[in-house]
Design a protein around this ligand. Structure first.
Ligand code: SF4
Ligand code: SF4
Length: 401
């Protein structure tokens, strides 16, 4: 494992961190983690040299923090930098901050959290932070020894990012960044801005919600040009580790194979390790993906539950898969998956949230929950037009025509 500077903390972190949002599952809807497999995965990650474990109140509907706590018993806690997040969207008074923090410590069976982040900071989160003096609460918790380092994870635009960065002398920031997302959210400018202030910059969504791991056929042809043979995941990860401003790349690994492959990638990583020809290949990959990805959904599921039972991320995943596929058979299989989803309230499985796009009643509840700022109801209309009504993608989305 390679280790990198963690901002100005003086601490070194593994180049690869384990994000516990996508732990192994027994069931997807409703999401239920496979506890023994998850514990094994976390322990194996630490045994392989990963010393940064990231979780959150929300992940696996609260189960992720508990599982992390279980996995870190027996001497593992001391080996890792443990990170979790204050669920800012659920904090509605100053005391809520302590309530969640104390519960999280208990759930994770630990006396302290190494880095505590305000989860999913955005413009309204910053207002809330000011309104309830939550920074004071953070500082107080740090003085009490419950937290070592302070930061925030971020989903909003560059001007808001700079405003938040300038608001406090933070230790850590976690941003969404990958070779497709250099110009949205914090952007490359924001990445450099935070690193320039001595903050440790942690990357989430390095594979754009898994999208970059499953490239279209044209992308495979581009990658084949390289003398060094790399998997699509390796290309995406090396792109990030090549940048000096990045401290650590989080990956939400769901099985041991992913863990092993990503650790092998991390072993080969290094700042400025990519050559011009490698970067040219990545430029060409970007051009191909730009034409193909229709809805930038990362499957974070923050928009769920939908009161009408629409499985929002699944609808978008099917549409993107259809757009990425060249094989007509696989396109047809994806469209068939859409047709299997419920198209009326009577057919909804109350336990499963299996509704298709046609069930959206445009209530708008999901809109402010989406960190990618996807216009969900509008996009769902397009999903239905393409997957059910047989409209051509090129007629609905100009960029893919
Ligand atoms: S706008 Fe549509 S998808 Fe979003 S919560 Fe309302 S019904 Fe569900
Ligand atoms: S639509 Fe937005 S909130 Fe919902 S899963 Fe996709 S990225 Fe997440």
């Amino acid at each position: 494992m390679k280790y990198r500077k963690f901002g100005s903390t003086g601490f070194k972190v593994s180049a690869l961190g384990l994000g516990c949002m996508r732990l192994p599952t027994k069931r997807l809807m409703p999401l239920q983690a496979d506890v023994p497999k998850s514990i094994k995965l976390i322990k194996s990650a630490v045994d392989k040299g990963i010393n940064y474990i990231d979780t959150a109140w929300l992940y696996h509907f609260g189960a992720s923090e508990k599982i992390v706590g279980m996995a870190l018993q027996g001497g593992y806690r001391e080996k890792v930098h443990l990170v979790t997040k204050s669920p800012l969207f659920l904090v509605n008074k100053a005391e809520d901050f302590d309530k969640f923090l104390n519960k999280q410590l208990k759930k994770m069976q630990t006396d302290y959290i190494d880095t505590y982040l305000f989860h999913s900071m955005n413009k309204s989160g910053l207002e809330k932070l000011k309104k309830y003096h939550l920074m004071d609460k953070m500082i107080e918790a740090k003085k009490e020894g419950k937290i070592k380092y302070i930061g925030f994870s971020f989903h909003d635009t560059l001007p808001v990012f700079k405003e938040v960065v300038d608001f406090y002398h933070w230790d850590v920031v976690q941003i969404q960044y990958n070779y497709m997302d250099t110009a949205i959210q914090a952007t490359t400018e924001g990445l450099k801005y935070a690193a320039g202030k001595g903050m440790a910059v942690v990357i989430m969504e390095p594979l754009k919600g898994g999208r970059l791991a499953n490239p279209p056929a044209e992308a495979w042809e581009v990658m084949a040009r390289s003398k060094i043979k790399r998997s699509p995941v390796d290309w995406a990860l090396q792109y990030l580790w090549n940048l000096p401003e990045i401290s650590l790349v989080l990956s939400g690994m769901s099985n041991l194979q992913m863990l092993n492959e990503n650790c092998d990638s991390a072993d080969r990583s290094g700042v400025s390790s990519l050559h011009e020809e490698d970067l040219n290949i990545i430029d060409d990959l970007i051009k191909i993906y730009r034409k193909k990805i229709l809805v930038p959904c990362t499957s974070c599921k923050y928009c769920l539950p939908c009161p009408s039972g629409v499985n929002i991320p699944q609808n978008f995943a099917i549409l993107n898969n259809v757009a990425l596929e060249r094989s007509n058979v696989r396109k047809w299989l994806n469209k068939r998956d859409y047709k299997k989803m419920a198209n009326s309230p009577e057919k909804l499985n109350q336990a499963k949230s299996n509704g298709n796009a046609s069930l959206c009643i445009n209530c708008g509840i999901c809109l402010e929950k989406c960190p990618q700022e996807i216009k969900i109801p509008d996009e769902l209309k397009k999903v239905h037009l393409i997957l059910k009504k047989g409209k051509k993608i090129g007629d609905i989305y100009e960029k893919t025509s």
